[in-house]
Write a protein that binds this ligand. Structure first.
Ligand code: NAD
Ligand code: ZN
Length: 257
């Protein structure tokens, strides 16, 4: 991580009117949750695993659902704790320097770290809840997992008998329109957009940085590997998020106010 860029970005953060962060799976790898496309990513190791995230397969294939429920029982995010990166973003918000946090992550770790539900948009949903694909009935994931542990391999909705799934957005499912609208508005109004731990290859979220650029905002990319938007970013901070974000906060607090 080069300290010149760090100082520059800290200065932008200090002067930003509307700073917005977008996070991806990369901010949670230091909490022990693998990403999809990093070197140890779930899909890098097993390209076939991508099909498991497709809603069409989930709905049509009960064997796949049974595997999905076993996967939820043993998911690395269960019991995971927020790390220094999540905590730094919560602290930025507490200081009034972060107006919105859009996360692609479903692990709930930003909220666990203290980011507020009012400013956090979990654009791909949350694995902390389950939802019925037929009637929309919703409840805590722990309740559904208890049923799986008690022997129901593919627990059905207790209201309508429909198919239950974690309250996350799979491939083939639309985003929640209100969430997408909030995220797009935040990006379009931002003068500083931080893309953190995301390969920026999942859409429409991957287009949010361009929204910010189109309205004249600055783009900062914080990621271990290159992304398709590096060439258009005003700064790219390469390295571990758990090192970079706390270092950025430290720089920020050392700047004259
Ligand atoms: P991705 O897997 O496509 O990319 C993650 C990026 O983070 C990679 O470029 C990698 O180099 C970088 N990275 C990983 N660890 C890092 C670290 N410690 N420091 C700096 N950079 C690091 O992730 P994506 O863009 O978020 O897309 C994956 C999709 O899968 C998302 O839509 C998300 O919903 C879902 N997902 C979520 C979780 C989670 O909730 N924690 C985990 C895996 C996947
Ligand atoms: Zn139902």
């Amino acid at each position: 991580m080069d300290s010149e860029s760090l100082i520059r970005v800290a200065g932008w953060l200090r002067n930003a009117r509307q700073a917005v962060a977008l996070t991806g799976a990369g901010i949670s790898t230091e909490s022990g949750i693998p990403d999809f496309r990093g070197p140890d990513g779930v899909w890098t190791r097993d390209p076939k695993a991508e099909a498991l995230s497709d809603i069409r397969h989930y709905v049509s294939d009960q064997e796949l659902r049974k595997r999905a429920w076993q996967g939820r029982l043993n998911h690395p995010a269960r019991g995971a704790e927020p790390n220094a990166g999540h905590r730094a973003l919560a602290e930025l918000e507490r200081q009034g320097r972060l107006q919105a946090l859009v996360t692609q992550n479903i692990d709930g770790l930003h909220l666990a770290a203290g980011s507020s539900p009012e400013r956090t948009i979990e654009i791909h949903g949350t694995m902390r809840d389950y939802v019925c694909l037929d009637c929309g009935s919703r409840g805590p994931m722990s309740a559904a997992l208890s049923r799986v542990r008690a022997g129901e391999e593919d627990p059905a909705c207790t209201d309508c008998g429909g198919i239950l799934k974690s309250a996350t957005i799979s491939f083939g499912q639309s985003l929640v329109p209100a969430d997408l609208a909030r995220a797009e508005e935040a990006a379009a109004n931002s003068d500083l957009f931080l893309a953190i731990g995301t390969s920026l290859t999942v859409y429409p979220v991957g287009w949010l940085p361009e929204r910010a650029l189109a309205s004249g905002g600055r783009l900062v990319i914080i990621n271990a590997q290159p992304t398709p938007l590096d060439g258009r970013a005003h700064a790219v901070l390469r390295g571990r998020i758990g090192d970079i974000l706390p270092a950025l906060l430290a720089r920020l607090s050392s700047l004259p106010s």
